[in-house]
Design a protein around this ligand. Structure first.
Ligand SMILES: C[S@@+](CC[C@H](N)C(=O)[O-])C[C@H]1O[C@@H](n2cnc3c(N)ncnc32)[C@H](O)[C@@H]1O
Length: 212
């Protein structure tokens, strides 16, 4: 299973709070997966530690240079290199299954106008997009990807049944869920869920999985 992640990023501090909360923190303490980060700036060029430059051919913004990325990737040897890019293949459950065929991955976060294309040609095993829209950097997509992968590692979730009916399993959404109070502003919890009749409850849950 893919359980060893290294993110290559200009902003490793973004990950510090996130990785120390909830199931991720539990997973690391229990040694169910490993997480590290590489600060791309450490591989920058010259005394200014330059990592980006203007695009050849003109145009707005800056481009992440090939050399710092090349050094960072070569030093952090992993089974696969995943580049985050809005023009990559869309993340879905099939892709999550494919990725779990490996053990370790570098997850490379872009910024500005993205990567010099040559780094993709040199090192990319996967280019992955999270949604059909653009955010300012690969850090949020990296967190999304890692959480989606880590949830599948046995022992990570308190109750492994959480995965059984989870949305996107068998192309269905999860059923709606409710908790106390039974009535809130004239909105009732479905009567069947309060009935204690397990057969009817299971039937209701099955009938309330939506196709997606
Ligand atoms: C501002 S974006 C670059 C956008 C690029 N000019 C384009 O239009 O495709 C900067 C970085 O954010 C990350 N990023 C932005 N949106 C993303 C998405 N939907 N999925 C994955 N990564 C994304 C990528 O790493 C990208 O290199």
């Amino acid at each position: 299973m893919l359980s060893n992640f290294n993110v290559i990023t200009l902003f490793p501090e973004i990950f510090q709070k996130w990785i120390n909360v909830g199931v991720l923190s539990h997973g690391i303490k229990e040694k169910l997966f490993e997480f590290s980060s590489t600060n791309l700036r450490d591989y920058g060029i010259g005394s200014y530690k330059q990592v980006d430059d203007a695009p050849y051919g003109g145009g707005p913004g800056m481009v992440l240079m090939v050399e710092p990325l090349d050094y960072a990737i070569k030093e952090s040897k992993k089974d696969i290199n995943i580049f985050l890019s809005p023009s990559g293949q869309q993340l879905n459950e099939d892709l999550i299954q494919d990725l779990h065929g490996y053990e370790s991955a570098n997850i490379i976060c872009g910024r500005y106008e993205g990567f010099d294309q040559r780094i993709i040609e040199m090192h990319s095993d996967y280019e992955i997009a999270i949604g059909q829209t653009v955010v300012s950097g690969g850090e949020v997509p990296a967190m999304f990807l890692i959480e989606a992968l880590v949830r599948k590692i046995p022992g990570i979730l308190g109750n492994s049944e959480s995965l059984t009916n989870e949305s996107f399993t068998n192309n269905k959404s999860d059923f709606p869920v409710y908790t106390r109070p039974e009535i809130y502003e004239n909105l009732n919890v479905p009567e069947v869920l309060l009935s204690g009749d397990h057969r009817r409850i299971e039937e209701w849950k099955k009938n309330n999985l939506k196709d997606i």
